[in-house]
Design a protein. Sequence first.
Length: 498
Amino acid sequence: MAEARTAAPPAGAVAPDPRRWQALVYIAVAQLMVSVDSTIVNIALPSAQRALDISDSNRQWVVTAYMLAFGGLLLLGGRISDTIGRKRAFLIGVIGFGLASALGGVAMDAGMLLTARALQGAFGALLAPAGLSLLAVTFTEPGERAKAFGVFSAIAGSGSAVGLILGGVLTEYLNWRWSLFVNVVFALVVVAGALAVVHDENTVPERQKLDIAGALLSVAGVVALVYGFTLADTEGWTATPTLSLFVACVVLLTLFVVVEKRSATPLLPLRIVTERNRAGVFASQALAVITMFGLLLFLTYYFQEVRGYSPLMSGVAFLPMVAGMLIGAGQFASRMMPRMAPRWIMAPGFLVAALGMLLLTQLDVNSSYPLLVLPGQLLFGIGLGLAFTPSMSLATHGVDDRETGVASAMINASQQLGGSIGTALLNTIAASTTASWLASHSGGADLADRAAVHGYATAVWWTVGILLLAGLVVLLSSNLPKPEQSEQGTEGTAAVHM
């Protein structure tokens, strides 16, 4: 990444940090560490279960412990970032995440591993919003901001698929423990680089009293919601524990809103989520991530259970999705953002992603990977890359610097919510469709495989509709014009090469 000479800033303007592009690298690597961890352990889980003698009923907690801690503490992590300083929160999050990963890597029993996974989620909830808010205050010129968020969005969006690939490689050639130890390497690199080149403008935060009541209610409400969707996937949507958690979630989050309206220093200022552009971004992100996590789930089973791929080959088979996100975010969206209104990038992006899913509705037991699965994944990835990049930037648009942490937490929270819903909702649709198909068909050695693929394809049809809905939400909610860019800003953009 190199920078050519740009025009001098106007008198009185603050010169941009000359090492901002190096800072982007370390912030992006930290985000990759968090994103990868949402799936890397999934591939290693069977090996870890055997090694630590984890029961079938408890193995889900290796994934759930991370999701609950991460989702439940995001808002608190965002507010802490705004309170103690973004860089400080970022470094604490990275160091804590690395230490928690090391603890998981040396786990001697199930309890030790589950504790480590919960700690990973907690420190990730501090790291993720701090990193995104650092990016928001570091890149303010429209062209550079577009490029920076293009890189960040591509990494954030593709991290889950990268986790499957990396998990397959590490599990097959080393052992399951390296799916956790690898984060220690990431953390060491990020800390060393961030100490040198990451800077936080206005580094002296305004000390505020922490909204303890709001923090407790938000954590309890989000944990109830995420755990409710987790139970829905295993126990059923109408099971008493599932319904009880959803009711508890509604009550707790309603009380949270009441408390936030009355608080002098709210954990989540309600203007963050009620402004129409940000509200549309949060909603569309949740919808889009539903489809991404659903597709990752179905294709993982399709590759390994139906097509007989090894964990490594299964991970490699996701490369077109990763490549598509990199292309959509880094090559298309980052160049379009300085010239176009956000909705005219995001809505077409959701449409392209829907077209990719439309191809995958034709999936069957003997589908050609290069002729169907590859182009479907590629279109889906390009579409999400287009849609995610402006979303990351819009999440903090117009937000006071003192509140970028909590605004950044909301975009992460919406993605976490979407991931939880996607796994539970789409898996339920696929499972019920598979059962109905089996009940009405008989014969054939591959009957079970054909039934399973029919269930996957039916659920993918739902994702097409969900993506179209996300595009409609963006068109109706976003009213920002294209960025106004000065001649100087244009020259600066053209001078940056990545």
